[in-house]
Ligand binder design. Structure first.
Ligand code: PSU
Ligand code: MN
Length: 308
């Protein structure tokens, strides 16, 4: 039949059936968020962190038009190595990539959409999209924020990068009814740095606390995800002033080159890697690993909590 195909890896199907916690992982971070070969190494390492902590990883991407929940090593290589075109796929891009049978890497929004469709409840990544800084000129608000308001999924990330307008991103999430929880902090983390000077309303002291909030949200019939902001550990946190300098340089160059829309985040990320001589990439990898580890803890607690 002419319908888009979703292939779920056997290991994941089995886990979903037998109450083994699954943690979803996105693929735009691989294709557009980091350079080769570090991106591939990072993707593999994230999967092994999930496994070492008793959960099953589900990295999501579109390969030759087929939506895959769980990738093979060769799929990851194809998404990572830049030899073929890999489209950055947010929700609106999905039907183009499936009908045209091409390759696509999923953003937070489309990963959430696919993961929740197959029954996965926890998703860990690096950073989400948000309200961009010059939104008053160009109304650039990531589809990630819309999806957070509709899919029942816990999303763990390292806060909002200051390439975004952090305060307005938080306001938008509030408008959309998305609970935001700082993990052991009431200061909104800013991705590379665990400091932003902006306060959050809620924090949680344990993965169980987060699982309980999510469970109650669902049981109250409140649709949509919750967003966990997990600050990068102190030893890896980038000094705020230093990273802000790099971000401002990148933003200026994006403006001169007139880069907008879906290209802006990948452009800024790679520019920041360049300006910081690769240091920001190491920071990025550490924070994602930290988020994936927390994701596994939450997934296990949620599985236990829901049994009762
Ligand atoms: N932030 C990062 N790395 C990334 C992204 C964001 O540090 O790779 C990606 C994620 O996939 C996120 C997407 O969902 O960028 C947001 O893009 P946009 O703003 O075009 O919606
Ligand atoms: Mn955008």
């Amino acid at each position: 039949m002419n319908k888009p195909e979703i292939i779920i890896k056997e290991e994941i199907k089995n886990a979903l059936k037998n109450n083994i916690p699954v943690v979803a992982l996105e693929s735009t971070i691989i294709s557009h968020g980091m350079p080769y070969p570090k991106n591939k190494e990072c993707a593999m390492e994230l999967e092994s962190i999930v496994r070492q902590n008793g959960c099953v990883p589900a990295t999501i991407a579109i390969i030759d038009g087929i939506i895959k929940v769980g990738l093979t090593d060769s799929d990851i290589e194809r998404i990572a190595n830049g030899k073929e075109e890999v489209i950055k796929v947010s929700k609106r891009d999905l039907p183009f990539v499936t009908s045209r049978k091409v390759n696509g890497a999923t953003t937070v929004a489309s990963t959430m959409f696919i993961a929740s469709k197959v029954g996965i409840k926890v998703f860990a990544t690096g950073g989400i999209g948000g309200v961009h800084r010059n939104y008053s000129k160009v109304l650039d608000i990531s589809n990630d924020l819309e999806e957070l308001s509709t899919d029942n999924l816990i999303v763990v990330c390292a806060g909002c990068k200051s390439i975004l307008d952090i305060e307005n991103t938080l306001e938008y999430l509030e408008t959309k009814g998305v609970p935001v929880i700082g993990y052991k902090t009431l200061e909104c983390p800013a991705f590379y740095s665990n400091k932003s000077g902006i306060n959050l309303e809620y924090s949680a002291e344990s993965p169980l606390d987060i699982a309980k909030v999510f469970s109650d949200k669902i049981n109250l019939g409140l649709m949509g995800g919750i967003l966990v902001f997990n600050p990068i550990p102190d030893e890896y946190s980038y000094p705020k002033e230093e990273i802000d300098k790099a971000i401002n340089l990148a933003l200026k160059e994006a403006e001169i080159k007139n880069i907008t829309g879906k290209r802006i985040t990948p452009f800024l990320l790679s520019k920041i890697v360049e300006v910081t001589n690769g240091k920001s990439l190491e920071t990025n990898i550490e924070l994602v690993k930290n988020n994936v580890l927390l994701g596994t803890k939450i997934a296990k607690e949620l599985m236990n909590y829901e049994k009762n």
